[in-house]
Design a binder for this molecule. Structure first.
Ligand SMILES: *Cc1c(COP(=O)(O)O)cnc(C)c1O
Length: 483
């Protein structure tokens, strides 16, 4: 056992390590983190996580407070999302787990279907592709229409191509990349008419869109008020402003949820009984989310939604006055996608914003849509919109000054000659050398300060090549540090 000073030293070292991370407070990180801007709410959430860090959600009878908090959160969400009396839900570890379980439950509700498929708008979150990969459900991607919303007629045709193998139809409220709410009424009707489940992925919008509607903003219907919607995913660790590690998966009836649950008595230990993918699970995130939701309540969320939508409107109006960038599509929620004209490029704009203390997220080109700059706007950003717009104006000017980033044609040729399905370590090393962008030194990979060159390189690669390169990259990053 180490001496007490080593314990406090460990915490000091932890804080020193953390200094290299993106800030989670201040409203200047416009992806990954969601900041209410309310230090008390944040503190309460953190204290609740700490108080429950050692508790175990494996057995709800052993930790009844966890079951109580879960049922409270589900009840609050169903009130927000027009859940009928029959509706039920589960707290999961995040949006991806909610999506995975929605797909798994849809698959397992039809054991007679040997080659299940699900019909998705091409804008659906990558979590559905992960679910497809994990659970062997074929993803049928339907290109979206001009406004980036799901194409209803094409969805219907895709469902009917193999109706008896289709176990799920999906819509987003909104899509992550473009912030567009799909025509859920029409999608759910297509599914319901054929007895197919319809999942609405409201991971990012579920906790703000109900308030947007209440504030008089134009939001197409997408909740359980829409006939045919069988399940909804909504993240607490996004616009619930809860600490990381919680999302909700809600089902219209207990029967729809049943295949999600798993029990096993096929071993000599305790009978395993799980509602989610985890078995032992910390009660910390659940307690943190409960404490935040209880302290903010409906009025608190309405106020935060008012702030965030004022910020979104101001950003959209301000961006219209900056030559060189424009919004890709008018945002229906709290997500803004900016596109550049030919005078500059999105990746350099992201780097320039980072140099000015703002983290905005680069999105690659996809299916004919150019690269974009993604902003998940938080309530805390509201107080700094003028600074954000000034930084954007300066960043665009700087990016215009340096001109659009380009990729060496030899490097393009190198990438095009590689097979993404058989990418070797030598190929990856060759690419590092050829591009000169990422140094592979004794301390592992060293990323450049400016990422535009790397992003532009990935952008010229095909989607499957991007995946292969990033997996190889992650492999190199994730190596033990031994002493
Ligand atoms: C964030 C998000 C997810 C995945 O959620 P994680 O919490 O990152 O696992 C799924 N769908 C949408 C629309 C999202 O925005």
């Amino acid at each position: 056992m180490n001496a007490p000073q080593d314990v406090s030293d460990a915490l000091a070292r932890l804080r020193a390590l953390q200094a290299a991370d993106l800030p989670v407070h201040g409203g200047r990180t416009l992806a990954y983190v969601y900041d209410s801007g309310l230090p008390d709410v944040d503190r309460i959430g953190r204290e609740a996580v700490a108080a429950y860090a050692g508790s175990n959600g494996l057995d709800p009878t052993a930790f009844p407070s966890l079951l109580r908090m879960e049922n409270d959160l589900v009840g609050f969400a169903l009130g927000l999302l027009d859940g009928p009396e029959s509706a039920v839900g589960t707290v999961t570890s995040g949006g991806t787990e909610s999506v995975l379980l929605a797909v798994q439950a849809a698959r397992d509700a039809h054991p007679e279907v040997t080659e299940p498929r699900m019909v998705l708008p091409a804008t659906a979150h990558a979590a559905f592709h992960k679910a497809a990969h994990y659970f062997g459900v074929e993803p049928v991607l339907v290109p979206v229409g001009a406004g980036f919303a799901a194409d209803v007629a094409a969805t219907e045709a895709a469902v009917d191509e193999a109706r008896h193998r289709t176990v799920l139809v999906v819509g987003s409220a909104p899509s992550y990349a473009h912030g567009v709410v799909d025509p859920v009424t029409e999608l759910a009707a297509i599914a319901a008419a054929r007895g197919i489940r319809c999942h609405v992925d409201a991971c990012i919008g579920g906790w703000v869109l109900p308030y947007a509607a209440r504030l008089g903003r134009d939001v197409p219907p997408w909740t359980f008020a829409v006939d045919g919607v069988t399940s909804i995913s909504v993240d607490l660790h996004k616009y619930g402003y809860a600490p990381k590690g919680t999302s909700l998966l809600l089902h219209r009836t207990p029967e729809l949820r049943r295949p999600q649950f798993f029990a096993s008595a096929a071993w000599p230990g305790y009978t395993m009984l799980n509602s989610t993918m985890q078995s032992t699970k910390s009660g910390g995130p659940l307690a943190g989310a409960w404490a935040v939701v209880e302290s903010l309540g409906d009025t608190g969320y309405e106020l935060l939604s008012r702030q965030v939508f004022e910020a979104v409107d101001a950003i959209v109006a301000g961006a219209a006055d900056i030559a060189g960038v424009s919004v890709l599509v008018p945002p229906q929620s709290t997500l803004v996608a900016l596109v550049t004209d030919d005078s500059c490029d999105a990746f350099t704009v992201c780097d320039e914003m980072a140099a000015r203390g703002w983290y905005v997220q680069p999105q690659m080109s996809y299916a004919g849509t150019p690269p974009t700059v993604h902003l998940s706007v938080s309530a805390a950003t509201g107080a700094h919109v003028a600074e954000l717009l000034a930084a954007l104006r300066d960043s665009v000017a700087a990016a215009q000054g340096s001109g659009p980033v380009s990729v060496d044609p030899d490097v393009v040729a190198f990438i095009e000659a590689l097979d993404p399905h058989a990418l070797t370590d030598d190929d990856f090393d060759g690419l590092l050398t050829a591009s000169g962008l990422v140094a592979d030194g004794a301390d592992g990979l060293a990323l450049p300060d400016r990422m535009a060159g790397v992003n532009a390189l990935l952008d010229v690669a095909s989607p499957s090549m991007r995946e292969a390169l990033l997996v190889a990259f992650l492999d190199r990053l994730s190596r033990p540090h031994r002493r």
